[in-house]
Design a protein around this ligand. Structure first.
Ligand code: ADP
Ligand code: NA
Length: 332
């Protein structure tokens, strides 16, 4: 009933990290290049669930668009746009707020992580974030959502909301999405702490590689990345209790488009003194063209705005009829 359609988004809440690149952007490009219909969104309305300086938000949104394009998203073959420019997202989110149950949202671990100890002081928007995310996806009747591991629980909630809507109104209106969480780097970890994910919101810049870091910075961050004193093992079993080593092997594999086993076949028996510089060379080789292209694109902000305006018009043309049918089903 539903044709394959890929949707995903990234928040313009700071610079892009290697985690965003390997867990999201690189896979967005693969979906586009496989010929599937692909829709990608700068989710600025998600970003404002925590305080954002307005001028910085505007700049971060354009820079994120530049990051998508520099990574290989073709704004003609894919639809690339800004969430706040397509009103169907917010409108459908309200319907979903009335479908989702408080208890479902209370179970979301990302809210607990982001709200921290003082949850009473978190915005209502931060709590309702997953219903807006469900609306982002369902506004296009998207069937496949490539994301990192951290979004798995939100996608399960999206499925629950779609199923409850369909059941409550006796329709088969919303598809039940498939999360696409695959590859070696669905969860890139912090370079300082192998138990935490690499994130743009981590206070330590040494914990992450930013797409805009220069070659020296990338090499320095990897040299200082926390590891253990052992040499690399020759197979994956040998990484079971070594999260930091496992993370660096996964990053290498994802950047080189090979399996972690193939990385160990090459580097097993060698120490980090040899492996880290090889990883730094590979990372610089893959990331510096993207960073250079982002800088070039950011010199023509009017062109970025034109691309996003065009994307928003195409997105609106798909989402608006779906929203209108949804209102009709609900009796609005
Ligand atoms: P962030 O978590 O950096 O604030 P977003 O929430 O906007 O970024 O996530 C954008 C995409 O990047 C999502 O698909 C998310 O799963 C993915 N992602 C974010 N961090 C990582 C990571 N460390 N490893 C793998 N994927 C990640
Ligand atoms: Na995230």
């Amino acid at each position: 009933k539903f044709a394959p359609r890929v949707f995903s988004g990234i928040q313009p809440s700071g610079g892009l990290t290697l985690g965003n690149y390997l867990g999201a952007l690189k896979r967005f490009v693969q979906a586009q290049d496989a010929g599937t219909e692909t829709i990608y969104c700068m989710v600025d309305m998600h970003a404002i669930t925590v305080w954002q300086d307005p001028a910085k938000l505007r700049r971060a949104t354009r820079e994120l668009a530049a990051g998508f394009i520099a990574s290989g998203i073709d704004p003609v073959r894919s639809i690339l746009f800004n969430q706040s420019q397509v009103p169907a997202h917010a409108e459908l989110a309200w319907i979903f707020n009335c479908v989702a149950r408080m208890g479902w949202l209370k179970r979301m671990t990302q809210f607990k992580d982001k709200a921290g100890k003082n949850a009473e002081n978190a915005s209502v928007g931060l709590f309702a974030y997953p219903t807006l995310m469900a609306a982002d996806i369902m506004a296009y009747h998207a069937t496949h959502v490539p994301v990192g591991e951290d979004q798995k629980q939100h996608l399960e909630l999206t499925r629950d909301i779609a199923a409850k809507f369909n059941h409550d109104f006796g329709v088969e209106f919303f598809p039940i999405v498939e999360p696409v969480i695959e590859g070696a780097a669905t969860r890139v970890m912090s370079l300082r702490d192998g138990t935490k994910k690499m994130s743009k919101s981590d206070p330590s810049d040494m914990s992450r590689i930013n797409l805009t870091d220069d070659a020296d910075t990338i090499a320095q961050k990897l040299r200082k990345a926390r590891t253990d004193p052992e040499a690399l093992p020759s197979d994956l079993d040998g990484l079971a209790e070594r999260p930091e080593a496992r993370n660096l092997v996964n990053i290498y594999a994802a950047l080189a488009d090979i399996t972690p086993d193939a990385v160990l076949a090459q580097y097993g028996g060698q120490g980090f003194g040899a492996f880290k510089p090889a990883l730094a060379d590979l990372a610089v080789d893959k990331l510096s063209p993207i960073s250079a292209e982002m800088t070039r694109l950011m010199q023509d902000v009017a062109e970025i705005d034109r691309i996003l305006g065009d994307g928003a018009a195409r997105a609106h043309a798909i989402a608006q009829p779906i929203l209108e049918q949804c209102y009709d089903i609900v009796g609005l």
